[in-house]
Design a protein around this ligand. Structure first.
Ligand code: ATP
Ligand code: MG
Length: 426
């Protein structure tokens, strides 16, 4: 019988890797606390309509990437392809705005999109997601971007590029849409099938198309920034000048529209040349109409999502730096010694001292081999005979020096030593 493996595009995160993930999450949580951003956890499964309405019917995600199925109760459900729609669903469902119209929220977890798996692109991937709700001031946009840049800095990520654009608002977007439509009129035949089909529903999608023909056509298209209304222009100016005040470099990319329909005004991406074709590590933007579209009050929002897998691939983190090693290994020879070792090992662990031992009547040589493999700081060695005499050997695994210690007080001796070395290290 053949082995059962993971589903294509889904990945295990093995013990050598998990500490890196935790360290990123911890750094994120720390900075979120500084900015007053609180955690929210929503289900990975939602009603399909949430994403159809939230992300937009004519987006790649909704058209072809969602894991959607009908459950036994004949309800269409979808594994969340992104977090924003779910966070807002929850915000509305629990009327969080009633208690406080301003909410800064974050969530960390798996997202699901049925894309073609390749480097940096998986079918289950993870995001660190931040959403600010109730903030319409352009300084909130700047705050969100500044916190993101600081987080990437704290993580040791250099050489990234911040790309910014504005997508306008309900006032200036419709006219822009018309001008894109008339620009594309007559070029229809040269567009890819997807773009041709979407011309009527969402002609802006052509900007986000990966097809080279479409890319070539769209280069000369009008840009929203050129036709933005006064208040959108002013909004964008305050965002960008706030970034400049803090010395944060950015590039205005007027051709960036992002793959989700809900964005308005500020949109941004963090890209890097080290990711190849999958060059975006963060995507974000403002979505002033989304809360209302999803049935809530007219509340503005802005947020971003960091792709964890792409982030990890960029960070110079080594598994060894996160490895955990027992402080002490107990090598016990003989039945009585093993019994004593078992009890001592447990007592040490209960005191918060990482301890390990080998079960079964293994030879001293094999136990020392195990201690070495685990990279223990010390090994405590005793057999039935040593216990009868009341002394045990403590071996320093760094310089192989050995001292004899009284067995009676060994637990305290080790605890004191551990305490001193911890303070010394800390
Ligand atoms: P792309 O243009 O690469 O498809 P996207 O615009 O679809 O990205 P967003 O929806 O903005 O991506 O999601 C934010 C981030 O999540 C991306 O910048 C990326 O780092 C990550 N991401 C998106 N899709 C995947 C995926 N299939 N596998 C791994 N990471 C992903
Ligand atoms: Mg995508």
């Amino acid at each position: 019988m053949s082995n059962i493996t993971t589903v294509k595009g889904f990945k295990d995160i093995l013990p050598d890797e998990t500490a890196k993930w935790r360290s990123i999450e911890e750094k994120a949580r720390n900075i979120f606390a500084d900015f007053g951003i609180r955690e929210i956890r929503t289900p990975v499964l939602e009603k399909t309509d949430l994403f159809r309405r939230g992300i937009g019917d004519s987006t790649d995600i909704v058209e072809k990437e969602m894991y959607t199925f009908v459950d036994q109760g004949e309800e269409s459900l979808t594994l969340r392809p992104e977090a924003t729609a779910s966070v807002i669903r929850s915000y509305i469902e629990h009327a969080l705005y009633a208690a406080d119209p301003l909410a800064k929220l974050f969530t960390i977890g798996p997202m699901f999109r049925r894309e073609r798996p390749q480097k940096g692109r998986y079918r289950q991937f993870h995001q660190i997601d931040v959403e600010y709700l109730g903030y319409d001031d352009p300084r909130a946009d700047a705050e969100v971007i500044m916190l993101l840049i600081q987080l990437l800095k704290n993580l040791g990520l250099a050489d990234v590029k911040l790309e910014m654009n504005t997508l306008g608002c309900a006032l200036c977007r419709p006219a822009f849409r018309e001008s894109i439509l008339s620009f594309l009129e007559g070029k229809k035949e040269d567009l890819c099938e997807d773009c041709r089909r979407r011309l009527n529903t969402n002609p802006l999608r052509v900007f986000d198309c990966k097809n080279t023909g479409c890319r070539r056509i769209i280069t000369d298209a009008p840009r929203l920034l050129d036709v933005a209304c006064g208040s959108c222009r002013k909004h964008f100016d305050v965002v960008t000048s706030s970034l400049t005040d803090f010395g944060i470099p950015f590039f205005v990319n007027t051709g960036m529209v992002r793959g989700l329909d809900y964005y308005t005004r500020t949109t941004f991406e963090i890209t890097t040349e080290f990711l190849g074709a999958q060059n975006a590590v963060v995507g974000g933007g403002r979505y002033d109409g989304l809360v209302k579209d999803l049935g809530g009050p007219d509340i503005p929002g802005i947020g971003f999502a960091i792709g964890m897998e792409r982030l990890l691939s960029l960070l110079p983190m080594k598994s060894e730096d996160f490895a955990i090693h027992p402080y002490i290994f107990i090598a016990a020879l003989g039945d009585y010694a093993q019994k004593q070792a078992f009890s001592l090992c447990h007592r040490l662990r209960l005191r918060g001292i990482p301890a390990e031992m080998a079960y079964g009547g293994k030879s001293l040589k094999s136990q020392m081999k195990r201690a070495n493999k685990l990279n223990c700081r010390y090994t405590l060695i005793f057999g039935d005979r040593e216990l009868a005499a009341g002394t045990v050997e403590l071996r320093d695994m760094r310089d192989s020096s050995q001292v004899s210690l009284s067995y009676q007080t060994i637990e305290e001796t080790i605890a004191t030593k551990f305490g001193e070395e911890q303070t010394h290290l800390g």
